[in-house]
Ligand binder design. Structure first.
Ligand SMILES: [Zn+2]
Ligand SMILES: [Zn+2]
Length: 333
């Protein structure tokens, strides 16, 4: 009986073995399915954190650029190495930003590699490396992105005039414009420039805005100066290989080796028509890189050009012939 019972037991065991195996496989499949499910969730989270970082880097970068510019405006002191100082501040802010993902068990890291010029002077290029991990999942990506300087709802001010006018009475902010009072006169006089008084109470644009009149010869379209007036009223900036780039402006440079920008600095409107025949008809040319170029003793002059008059005032600027040509404006006769 014992022997028979044993044989029967073994036989039964062989019979039910496939059932055990099937149960084990089924259990494994469920567990494996859960793993796959978890991996999918992690991967979704990791990619969405990487996307979130990619979206926010240019926005955080723009805040750093604006804050650095405002700091220079407040103190009048230029940055000594704008690219490095912006990169360091940017890195601090990204480190703080990345902490917000930690509560989800995610390790996120964003290393700012470089902050430098973009071929477009109205943009600053940032290169970064993003690393996001959760569990065993790792995602790494290198990015090269542009930070726009000209977002209308987030305008970035031009720091250069505040550096140049420090020590000469300082420039102040009035609405969207920089108001020079006597500081520009004092500054130009200190450099021995003739007719510096032409720039008493002069103004220029505070915020960097890209001029829409393209090609630039449209400023004098059909012999009319309406576009030039609009350009000056709006405080637009123009691409220029002579004018300084934004990063060098933060360092107090009016000229630099990079492709940069320029804007007009205009005298206060006058109640009398300025004479075009005497020495007061000439003054240093209106472009900011000409007025602020203290590295070149050969700063050039421009002849007066009235671009608008109303019942009470004449609106004018001083402009040299090569810039008149660039902007499609009539040469001085
Ligand atoms: Zn313009
Ligand atoms: Zn530069």
């Amino acid at each position: 009986m014992d022997n028979k019972g044993y044989v029967m037991g073994l036989f039964s065991f062989i019979l039910i073995l496939p059932v055990f195996l099937m149960i084990m496989i089924a259990v494994n499949m469920v567990a494996g399915g859960a793993d796959i499910q978890q991996t999918r969730l992690n991967s979704h989270e990791v990619f969405s954190v990487a996307d979130d970082l990619e979206t926010n880097i240019p926005l955080i970068g723009r805040e750093v650029l604006r804050d650095k510019s405002e700091e220079v405006i407040r103190t009048g002191n230029p940055l000594s190495d704008s690219r490095k100082e912006i990169k360091d501040e940017f890195q601090d802010r990204m480190n703080k930003w990345c902490l917000k993902y930690a509560s989800g068990g995610i390790r996120a890291e964003c290393k700012i590699l470089t902050v430098d010029n973009s071929p477009d002077p109205f943009k600053v290029e940032v290169k970064s490396s993003i690393n996001v991990e959760k569990g065993t999942l790792k995602h790494q990506v290198n990015l090269s992105q542009n930070i726009s300087l000209i977002n209308e709802s987030y305008p970035i001010p031009d720091p250069l005039p505040f550096v140049k006018c420090k020590g000469y009475g300082g420039a102040t902010i009035r609405g969207n414009r920089i108001y020079y009072a006597s500081s520009l006169v004092n500054y130009l006089k200190s450099r021995g420039i003739n007719n510096s008084k032409a720039y008493e109470n002069a103004t220029s644009s505070l915020y960097i805005k890209k001029c829409p009149y393209n090609p630039y010869t449209l400023h004098g379209n059909g012999g009319s100066l309406v576009n030039l007036k609009n350009c000056i009223d709006n405080g637009f900036y123009h691409e220029s290989s002579d004018g300084a780039c934004f990063l060098c402006r933060l360092e107090g440079k009016s000229v630099c080796p990079h492709y940069g920008m320029e804007t007009f600095i205009v005298p206060a409107p006058s109640v009398t028509l300025p004479s075009s025949n005497n020495s007061s008809a000439h003054a240093v040319s209106a472009l900011d890189h000409v007025i602020f170029d203290d590295t070149d003793p050969g700063t050039y002059f421009g002849h007066i050009m009235v671009y608008f008059n109303n019942d009470t005032h004449y609106f004018y600027l001083y402009l040299d012939d090569s810039h008149r040509e660039k902007y499609g404006l009539p040469p001085h006769d």
